[in-house]
Design a protein. Structure first.
Length: 438
């Protein structure tokens, strides 16, 4: 636990820390929240902050907004780290805050990376937030719907911060070159085109952009007058490898696999291959992707093209055989095949409808006619009595009822007209017509 020290500026701090905005006018981006007349700006300027959570990717200003609130508020401002603080520290501060409340003073508690707190730690805040002993400000890169317990979340307003736009990052980088807290006391020659390359490389992350700029400037060519010149060669070396925004255990993992699935469903092979590449190049396990494609083959293609499942399973085995990077082409083949295949969700709908009835009718007895009768007692109880063996008939069909009486006549599989399923639909209609006539 620390008080206010998170935002202290030291000359030996990284550029991103030295250049942290001191007020809303210096803040770059998030105009939907802190533009003129926007609600968050009003709350900060009028010192009327209530419990809230800042949710957004790294480097978009969550901690910076907390630091600005700390500098403007008349409340006691306490900074917690979810990594180092336990329940003991939380309760000690909560007791202090409750005493301050009785004396008419407010306490704002800022919790960085609140998603790292377990349920017990989050619960320790709850009664004090309810009583108004503290105003809680949490910052998280993870979806608070999943990572913050419901009771606490319901008492906080969630503000969603977005990745910074390229033009916002260029503005920030230009300030770093001219501001005395950055390189303003030096002469740095760097072109607008080079700054834009750095901004695009940062992928919406201000901290990443400033850290990259710092590395580039510190590795620039220095002449006898101390002038620093950034060359394209230096720039290329410093940004040779880009970390893709992808957390295999976080929300972005599910966002991107959803994007792949829905692109294939929408018969868009270009988008599907892009999302496939996003996952694989970020280090996703190809076996996981292959499993999802296998599911898609039956959920979204099904009997419209039964060959789709064979392709998916073959790709799964190919991933086992050779792994990455070679198996990327097998997954690409499967993804494009699924995208171009005729679509039917009839199998998925058949099971989901049957599942609802199965859950509702769990006690329905199996009709006696289709029960097995391995013992004398079972035969005496009419197990299997009247069973008709389809292979003994010319049509290979019987009119025997196989569903429980309460569900007799219920239809679950409703085939579409897509691809080969049109043939199966015609076959099923003939079977049903024969049974009606017999």
């Amino acid at each position: 636990m620390e008080q206010r020290t998170l935002f202290d500026n030291e000359n030996n701090q990284p550029l991103a820390s030295r250049l942290r905005p001191r007020n809303l006018d210096e803040f770059v981006g998030q105009r939907h929240l802190i533009g003129e007349g926007k609600i968050l700006r009003k709350l900060i300027e009028e010192d009327k902050i209530s419990s809230l959570i800042f949710w957004g990717p790294p480097g978009v200003g969550k901690t910076t907004l907390a630091s600005i609130i700390a500098s403007r508020t008349n409340s006691e401002f306490i900074n917690f780290s979810a990594v180092t603080s336990g329940i003991k520290e939380i309760k000690a501060v909560m007791t202090q805050a409750e005493q301050a409340r009785k004396l008419g003073a407010k306490t704002i508690v800022f919790v960085d990376e609140i998603h790292r707190f377990n349920k017990a730690q989050q619960d320790a805040f709850l009664p004090f937030v309810e009583k108004g002993s503290i105003i809680l400000i949490g910052a998280t890169t993870e979806n608070p719907s999943f990572e913050v317990n419901g009771a606490l979340l319901s008492r906080c307003k969630v503000f969603v911060l977005q990745g910074l736009k390229t033009e916002d990052l260029v503005t920030l980088l230009k300030r770093a070159i001219t501001d005395s807290r950055g390189f303003g006391n030096q002469i740095v020659n760097i072109t607008d085109e080079q700054l834009e390359i750095v901004a695009k490389f940062a992928n919406g992350d201000a901290r990443n952009a400033l850290s990259t700029l710092e590395m580039i400037v510190l590795n620039g060519n220095v002449d006898k007058n101390g002038t620093i010149t950034v060359t394209d060669e230096t720039l290329e070396q410093c940004i040779s490898k880009k970390s893709l925004l992808y957390d295999k255990n976080g929300e972005e993992h599910y966002n991107i696999i959803s994007a792949l699935h829905k692109s294939m469903r929408n018969s868009d092979p270009d988008a599907a291959v892009y999302w496939l590449a996003r996952m694989l190049e970020a280090g996703e396990d190809p076996i996981y992707v292959a499993r999802r494609i296998t599911r898609f083959a039956s959920e979204d293609v099904g009997l419209a093209d039964p060959h789709a499942l064979e392709i998916a399973v073959a790709a799964y085995h190919a991933c086992h055989f050779i792994g990455m990077p070679e198996c990327s082409v097998h997954l690409t083949q499967a993804v494009i095949y699924m995208s171009l295949a005729p679509k039917s969700n009839a199998l998925y709908m058949a099971y989901e409808t049957a599942k609802r009835d199965a859950i509702k009718e769990l006690a329905e007895p199996v009709p006696l006619v289709i029960r097995n009768a391995p013992t004398k007692l079972m035969k005496e109880l009419d197990y299997g009595k009247g069973y008709q063996y389809a292979h003994d008939t010319q049509e290979k069909l019987t009119n025997m009822q196989c569903l429980p009486d309460s569900l007799a006549g219920k239809e679950y599989y409703i085939p579409t007209e897509q691809g080969l399923e049109a043939k199966y639909k015609d076959k099923l209609e003939k079977i049903k017509n024969w049974k009606k006539s017999h």
